[in-house]
Write a protein that binds this ligand. Sequence first.
Ligand code: F6P
Length: 474
Amino acid sequence: MPYDLVIVANRLPVDRVTQPDGSSGWRTSPGGLVTAIEPVMRANDGVWIGWPGGTEEGLEPFEHDGLELVPMSMTQADIEGFYEGFSNGTLWPLYHDLVAKPEFHREWWDSYVHVNQRFAEKAASLAAEDATVWVHDYQLQLVPQMLRTLRPDLRIGFYLHIPFPPAELFQQLPWRRQLLEGLLGADLVGFQLPGAAQNFVRLVRQRVGHKTHRDLVYLPDGRTVRASPFPISIDAAGFEEMARSEPVVARAAEIREALGDPRKVFLGIDRLDYTKGIFARLRAYAELIEDGQLDVEDAVFVQVAVPSREQVEEYRILRDEIDRLVGRINGDLGRIGRPAISYLHSSYPREEMAALYTAADVMVVTPYRDGMNLVAKEYVACRYDNDGALVLSEFAGAADELRQAWLVNPYDINGMKSALLEAFNAEPRETTRRMKAMRKTVTQHDVAAWAASFMSELSDVGTHGKAVKPARRS
Ligand code: F6P
């Protein structure tokens, strides 16, 4: 059946799970993107194309919780070349300020082209005449152009969830022109921050030679492409409601008790990724204990590291490094029943995350580079009493909006130590003042507003397609 709205993302919004009886089933994945897109999908009877993970073949389109989902299969070679290779071994580090060294392999590029083509063909086969297609993230940057070639009638939007690098870095890519041209297949290219949109427009002017004016690119065929910022957000009301719920409040108290009721709890929650600055932040914390500025009887650091991309070499190395660091810190600085760091290598449901946010006095978010960082916003959304302190890297997109956090440069260990200490010792009046202001930002600019503004801008730009209906706000 043709659809008026097609969402194309590397991942489906559901995870494959094994049921208690041994059969396979699907579970809505906890990611924020599902929450954002779901209402727009429902309002437009849309369909979502994506990879369910793994190499299972022959998966049929299916309905889950009222959503139409189309699984894309991947072979082991696709996973190695397209996903682990070009997406996460080349683009990911390149787009994150070279925090790790990107690798350039021609076979990875070929695989990226091949998989993007398959996604584009699938989208082309599902979209109704004049439909809207919304393509997501760095794994699928060639899809807009491929799709436009197959289906010139479509209205195409693209949103990049991660940073878009400055020209000086991007131009290292041997396939820079192809990627820019891929993105220019869209009518609207959305970024997290204004600087990213400007980087893109500048590169298009320099490398592809198209005329540009502010956020517009003029193509020789008469089409215009708009490049604009749309800072993504979270379901703020949903998180607050969860944080206020009786089971979450009780669980938060249980967590603090299990930690030995320290005076203050520091918390970090990250995908286990080298961009997140986990190592540096734990070192800063440990030095504060060594220096005698913090005491393990007073404070504990809970670090949750969500397993991620475990087949990629850099991620394995990082895991080993963090394991060793935590072991060393606890061995050197912990006391019986009082480890300095409580380290959890696992993923948790949203309710448990809300309980952790509620239990934490100081949230520590210190990426070297991050598109947005939704954890920072989730913490703020959960602090309905206007208490709690946020230490936030100035290199996270969220720092543009959450100006009242204790902003830090994660490369500056001494600066980070000072900020951790200040946040730890801050007077309640000070934390309340800051938290109130941040809560205003997060509740006013939630994920529904993000999706609605992208969709409405997409309806306005270009000459293609029919407009999609905005989602009904609940
Ligand atoms: O936002 C960046 C991103 O790569 C998403 O595209 C992705 O869904 C998420 O991080 C988790 O990464 P992965 O899909 O590689 O597990």
